[in-house]
Design a protein around this ligand. Structure first.
Ligand code: ATP
Length: 323
């Protein structure tokens, strides 16, 4: 009988629990013994590896976060740390590992698979910056949280003729900011992939004000060259040119804690099930993701060596629509 372990690593993402549930139950269905590693790679190194039965993953599909806990672990970035992890798995008779996480986590998975251990990754990060999956677990829910914030800010902004700067997560990737900005009808969107001159944003705000708009929303990605704090400082100095009074809202981790929407539950379920399927077929050292609507396995070396592009035509479209 095979013993397979699953862990979640890096930032938590809504839908991770659906993936854990699918991995455990499809694994049990294959006659395997399933294990959960607590607190990501840190728990793998310290041996926090517990058996998981079908009932242990009951009642979690609707919950945000991860029932296994997650962590960032510098020790796993060293070969010595990974050797400790391998020893722990060997002691428990674990013969395969499924890693649910983003870029860094899949780099760790790749390094482990290079040491000869069977690993399969599941694409999960709210940042959507992972090559090998057009959309990753958690993105849709995080985007809906950002969108709800935009809709609410618009209401109060309109009442007071204000402009709001909304900072959203995404690390060095502007996907969340761009998509939430488009869906929320933002007047300006600032993302890391394209440098935006604050002067241009100021002129756009002034134009919106002169055109009779009752509010203005600027969505700023946390990784943009000028983040919300930088822009707020700039606008403070130039406030007479804006027309609007300005307020800043940072969504921060609020974006992560949402209960997963249907898309993330289904994506988590499909990718989780595909990961056990892949291990069963001996197709290891791959990431399970969704490409052009199909569940697809991409070799982990290809995943870590490539960067996902953002379609900047959408940014141009957003500019046209903001008029
Ligand atoms: P998110 O972007 O959603 O927060 P992530 O998986 O990219 O998720 P990171 O903090 O970048 O999150 O990485 C998570 C963990 O993966 C790290 O704490 C570390 O344990 C492991 N990891 C990252 N880079 C490497 C590497 N080069 N080699 C081995 N392990 C790594």
């Amino acid at each position: 009988m095979k013993r397979i372990a699953v862990l979640t690593s890096g930032g938590d993402a809504p839908g991770m629990n659906a993936a854990i549930r699918a991995i455990v139950r499809t694994g049990l269905d294959k006659g395997w013994e399933m294990f959960g590693v607590h607190n990501g790679y840190a728990g793998l190194i310290s041996g926090e590896i517990m058996p998981l039965g079908a009932r242990d993953v009951g009642g979690i599909i609707q919950k945000g976060g991860t029932m296994l806990g997650s962590a960032r672990c510098r020790e796993f970035e060293t070969e010595e740390g990974r050797r400790k992890a391998l020893t722990q798995m060997e002691q428990q008779g674990i013969g395969g590992l499924i890693v649910i996480g983003g870029n860094g986590s899949q780099t760790g998975a790749y390094e482990l698979s290079r040491m000869g251990f069977p690993v399969v990754g599941v694409a999960s990060t709210i940042d959507n910056d992972l090559y090998g999956s057009d959309i990753t677990i958690g993105v849709q829910t995080a985007m809906d949280v950002a969108l709800e914030a935009i809709d609410r800010l618009k209401v109060t902004a309109s009442s007071h003729h204000r402009a709001f700067l909304l900072e959203v997560m995404g690390r060095k990737c502007g996907y969340l900011a761009l998509m939430a900005g488009i869906a929320g009808g933002a007047e300006a969107i600032m993302i890391p992939e394209q440098k935006t001159d604050p002067e241009v944003v100021a002129a756009d705000l002034r134009a919106a004000y002169d055109n009779g708009k009752a509010h203005a929303i600027i969505v700023v990605a946390e990784g943009a060259q000028n983040n919300a704090d930088g822009m707020a400082q700039y606008f403070q100095i130039h406030r007479e040119r804006l027309g609007f009074e300005l307020r800043v809202t940072k969504l921060g981790h609020v974006q992560r804690g949402g209960s997963p929407g249907s898309f993330d539950r289904i994506l988590g379920t499909q990718l989780g099930a595909a990961a056990t399927e892949s291990l069963e077929k001996g197709n290891k050292g791959v990431l399970m993701g969704m490409i052009k609507g199909e569940i697809t396995a991409t070799p982990l070396d290809v995943v870590v060596e490539n960067k996902k592009d953002l379609d900047l035509r959408l940014l141009e479209l957003a500019k046209v629509l903001a008029k």
